[in-house]
Design a protein around this ligand. Structure first.
Ligand code: ZN
Length: 298
């Protein structure tokens, strides 16, 4: 992580608004987000003032993304770049540097208290901070400030959109807490493929167990899988959940061998395409809590 922070410091020093001309209200602001959830926040806040591109699109896995040559071009013409940070996008620093971008950069998790995971004796930061709605509000504040810094003439528009959207997030938070309250605490232990729900678990009182760690880069070993199957049987864990960004085969095997049911698909690291059930962050959280409630309520 120290290396990652250092890399971001260099990135922030390389870019910036030195000499940038303030965009006129007639000109849309090109925003590039590393992945779909940040792109949704930018659309909610920017509205008609922005055109937003996500490098990793719907159902994409940001951990293992292979950048395309066109990404460098997108970043080169962006006025604002949105990055999650906490080690999610290991590929982004090289890409932004290659693009020679002069854009303003926002690290959306700035100010969030990171959670850690211990994996094989190594401590890793958990990048999936957006899975807590309280954290999503910090993302939104950071992105709002980035839009204002990039396009100060439209500051009032961004502030108004942010205020409205933050109210929706507060209402969503109440809705999620009420739905979770209907699930008995002893049934709130479940299995997913990779460890993407640590912040969700802390915020809403769940325990998630995953054969893969906080990144999908390292595959689960046969030993890890066997251990989880034993754990499901011993603790009578009711359900396993597939994820939209990972291959479902591993979890299907675990479900078959342990006797746990498949509770549905959780959207962990990406939204669905526009016609899917999780096309926005708010729909994603509703979809996930709905799937958990359907599978776990007595
Ligand atoms: Zn992940």
């Amino acid at each position: 992580m120290a290396r990652m922070c250092y890399a971001f410091t260099i990135l922030l020093a390389l870019t910036g608004q030195a000499g940038a001309v303030e965009p006129q209200p007639s000109e849309k602001i090109p925003v590039v987000a590393s992945f779909s959830i940040l792109a949704d926040f930018a659309r909610q806040l920017g509205g008609e003032r922005v055109t937003v591109t996500a490098l990793v699109g719907p159902n994409g896995d940001t951990h293992v993304y292979q950048p395309k040559p066109s990404d460098v071009k997108e970043l080169g013409s962006a006025r604002l770049i949105l990055i999650n940070g906490l080690g999610l996008e290991g590929w982004i620093v090289r890409l932004v540097t290659a693009s020679k971008s002069k854009a303003h950069i926002v690290i959306a998790t700035q100010g969030i208290k990171p959670q850690q995971r211990r994996e094989e004796g190594r401590v890793s930061l958990d990048p999936h901070a957006w899975q807590s709605i309280a954290n999503a509000k910090i993302y939104v504040a950071n992105i709002r400030d980035g839009l204002i810094a990039t396009d100060p003439l439209s500051a009032d528009i961004y502030r108004a959109h942010a205020e409205e959207y933050l109210e929706k997030l507060s209402a969503l938070e109440e809705e999620v807490k009420a739905a979770v309250g209907q699930i008995p605490p002893e049934r709130r232990e479940i299995i997913t493929t990779h460890d993407a729900f640590g912040y969700f678990g802390t915020a809403y009182g769940f325990k998630f167990i995953a054969p893969e760690g906080v990144s999908t880069e390292t595959e689960a070993s046969a030993g890890d899988v066997a251990k989880i199957i034993r754990q499901i049987k011993a603790q009578k864990i009711p359900a396993v959940f597939l994820e939209n960004v990972v291959d479902p085969r591993l979890l299907r095997t675990i479900a078959t061998e342990s006797g746990a049911k498949i509770g549905g698909t959780l959207y962990s690291d990406a939204l669905s395409p526009p016609d899917g059930p999780a096309a926005t962050y708010i729909d994603m959280m509703r979809n996930n809590v709905g799937a958990l409630s359907d599978a776990l309520r007595p």
